[in-house]
Design a protein around this ligand. Sequence first.
Ligand SMILES: Cc1cc2nc3c(=O)[nH]c(=O)nc-3n(C[C@H](O)[C@H](O)[C@H](O)COP(=O)(O)OP(=O)(O)OC[C@H]3O[C@@H](n4cnc5c(N)ncnc54)[C@H](O)[C@@H]3O)c2cc1C
Length: 387
Amino acid sequence: MDFELTPEQRAFRETLRAFVDKEIMPVATEWEHSGRYPTEIIEKMKQMGLFGLSVPEEYGGLGADMVSFALVFEEISRGWMGVAGTIGSHSLACWMIARHGTEEQKRLHLEDLAAGVRRTAIALTEPGAGTDLQGIQTRAERDGDFYVVTGTKTWITNARHADPLPVLVKTSVTEPAHRGMSVLLVDPATAGFSVSRDLPKLGYKGTETCEVVLDHVRVPVSALLGGVEGRGMQQVLGGLEMGRINIAARAVGVAQAAYDAALAYARERTAFGQPIADFQAIQLKLADMATDIQAARLLTYWAAAQADGGKRVDMEAGMAKYFASEVALKAALESMRIHGGYGYSQEFVVERLYRDAPLMAIGEGTNDVQRMVIARSLVSGKSKVGW
Ligand SMILES: Cc1cc2nc3c(=O)[nH]c(=O)nc-3n(C[C@H](O)[C@H](O)[C@H](O)COP(=O)(O)OP(=O)(O)OC[C@H]3O[C@@H](n4cnc5c(N)ncnc54)[C@H](O)[C@@H]3O)c2cc1C
């Protein structure tokens, strides 16, 4: 059994760490509170090739393995989770196009997306349907060589920058729901397409999350992902394993940042004539945090390594996402307690971590849904717990 990263993965992590420490950490708190978009950081991420993480090398991407993919989201989220959001849904959409797109669609989009010249996102959720994607209302009706698309999507991260925007639509209302859905790669310059507003959020600043309106948008049939109707649900669900590893890794990064801040503060802050780190009550919190974070990290790398081994990892990725996001929530709160009153101040990083952590329990399927996925996998006999 080998719990080590490969030399390449270790070198990649060191590069990421140096980038996060130098370019993200010093500005994150200030930019977050001033509502400044992290343009310069995004430009550097483009130069590092991070927009091409999930794009195969033959289309100009890094074609990263899943463990390296997790390292990117962990390290960037240690600095600023919102910035990880700018490449999160982008990477998932790139993966979907690379995996399911026609050769023409890959040639048309992947090179630009890998370079960050154009960016992308994923539009699944609607005002009336999130977990229950079969309940979406966005319709695409065939009219000659076009689909006419009408509907509203909400909570779409990066929608303002997406070109194309993959949109989950209903192409049939007579087929069973899961077979009546397709993904269309929508060009945002098409008449009737608009990003109607940015949604105000608790945290996850530094990346916009938007409402998108499609009003009789004419999408050419050539933009149907994979060229065959009715595969949308399958295409989207295939990406969820990757999405859950992404969220698990972000949670590990946020939890690590909360722990790092707590340890540094506890060593520095004195009360009753000694550093508060000398009090056993503080030490117990630090020990619990460190243990939980290491367990979450192992679960995340394990799910990623299993995926790299070519396995379906619905249960493993679900476990990692569920556990790591709960650890992030707990670590942010414990770090805040250790900071005392300063933990409630916007001048300390823990306040941002406390607002960012809950998203990981919601995004890519709520944690209750993860628990149902895990249980289903176990009860059906598809997966077992053990080594
Ligand atoms: C900041 C942010 C960014 C996002 N970015 C994107 C994005 O880029 N693209 C995108 O498409 N979506 C995005 N989302 C949407 C996100 O994926 C959904 O919010 C999430 O899937 C949950 O859906 P919902 O909000 O409609 O909640 P609902 O599905 O309405 O769930 C509400 C509650 O009911 C529970 N529930 C639902 N069904 C069941 C069930 N069968 N059994 C038991 N409990 C159940 C849930 O666990 C939850 O507690 C984003 C959301 C946020 C907050």
